[in-house]
Ligand binder design. Sequence first.
Ligand code: NAD
Ligand code: UDX
Length: 480
Amino acid sequence: MVKICCIGAGYVGGPTMAVIALKCPKIEVVVVDISVPRINAWNSDQLPIYEPGLEDVVKQCRGKNLFFSTDVEKHVSEADIVFVSVNTPTKTRGLGAGKAADLTYWESAARMIADVSKSDKIVVEKSTVPVKTAEAIEKILTHNSKGINFQILSNPEFLAEGTAIKDLFKPDRVLIGGRETPEGFKAVKALKDVYAHWVPEENILTTNLWSAELSKLAANAFLAQRISSVNAMSALCEATGADVSQVSYAVGTDSRIGPKFLNASVGFGGSCFQKDILNLVYICECNGLPEVAEYWKQVIKINDYQKNRFVNRVVASMFNTVANKKVAILGFAFKKDTGDTRETPAIDVCKGLLGDKAQLSIYDPQVTEDQIQRDLTMNKFDWDHPLHLQPMSPSTVKQVSVVWDAYKATKDAHAVCILTEWDEFKTLDFQRIYDNMQKPAFIFDGRNVINVDKLREIGFIVYSIGKPLDAWLKDMPAVA
Ligand code: NAD
Ligand code: UDX
């Protein structure tokens, strides 16, 4: 019987291992973490992350062949395959700060594996890491290995939050990179056999180590680039009277381009895109490729521009000031169906509005007040360090209140900003919201979820990303 141990019980480690346990009942899977509260939550009825379908999977296998533990060393030492799914945040200080990946957590996991191992192991990079990380990890493991054979594989994860279980059940592909040696091929085969329990063989791709590592960064860069491309077009749509949804549709029906991932938005968020592109930029710079680095940097620059543009639009439309005006924020998570707020565009938009002295009333169905306050007071990039390393009682922003109802958030507000595309926002009673707001009542839709015409009929002044502008907005100063 194979025993798998996964170091890191986060958004990737938890769901990925739960699905492996479900699909491979004969494999024992233990997910370990240094965070006691996180492991306690995995062992409780209140899982530490919100992900549709996850609870059901965990309940089916927890206590049978799926376990969550803080006894990291014991389970690593007993495992045949060790996945490492710890966070790899952007460095906040020192060489490469603000760009390079911080491999502190990865390195400490690798050193621990080397220390506690008594038998041969396959060590799998599940975290997203800079290309060539496997070489460094190999050095750490073999340097301390006491004659133990370690095979390093790269098996990057492509799940998206909010659809993680669906993505894991039916992945477009599973990618496994390994050394091109007899031992390397054997290790690749062993991991392939795990996925083959439910993933068709033709969807399991094998490559060399460096291709697998780089493919993950490349895939995220390509995806983010599509969003920045359509967001750049959204600005031009607003300036010309074109409608970005119509443009996206027309462009996406070209089978070479395809229709997915072309929704204009207030900007992309999430723990991966920005971090991984910055990391890619840093790697290009280190490899003497400044032009390539500059090319990818633009994806981030347009994303920052889009968030700024949204804030400027709100302020400019409301007579160039939001000071002391109540602005309702609907949605704080970085996308729907998750409670995750890492790099959510809502942080930058809220900070921008707070900078102009707005009073914010925030509602998100899955994000707690503590988390929102923490996000609005934390320094850039600090968020991606484990929860237990973050300040427990952050200072609070007094201009912010967090409520548990969209109607409460919007009552007496001057404006509403929709920052996450939660389905429930599509069916709100906007007539009721309008009746309870200050007039003129503004609505700024950063996710294109509302019916613009219907809301204009009610009486709202409506702004929706990349859509033809209201006469009111056209008369206001140009926004850059
Ligand atoms: P996360 O912060 O949710 O989880 C990481 C966990 O690792 C934390 O619980 C932390 O306590 C634990 N940890 C850190 N150091 C440890 C150590 N030495 N020993 C034991 N536990 C340790 O992060 P995540 O979102 O799951 O991401 C993990 C990796 O997967 C990152 O490299 C990320 O880029 C990548 N990734 C994330 C996603 C996503 O959607 N979140 C998708 C694909 C890939
Ligand atoms: C991403 C990748 O999709 C996934 O493959 C990788 O493993 C991790 O990073 P994730 O960040 O969880 O996944 O969500 P994703 O669906 O990619 O959305 C990222 C951001 O882009 C969100 O803020 C989302 O709202 C935004 N987005 C997405 C758009 O603005 N427009 C789109 O068309 C699609």
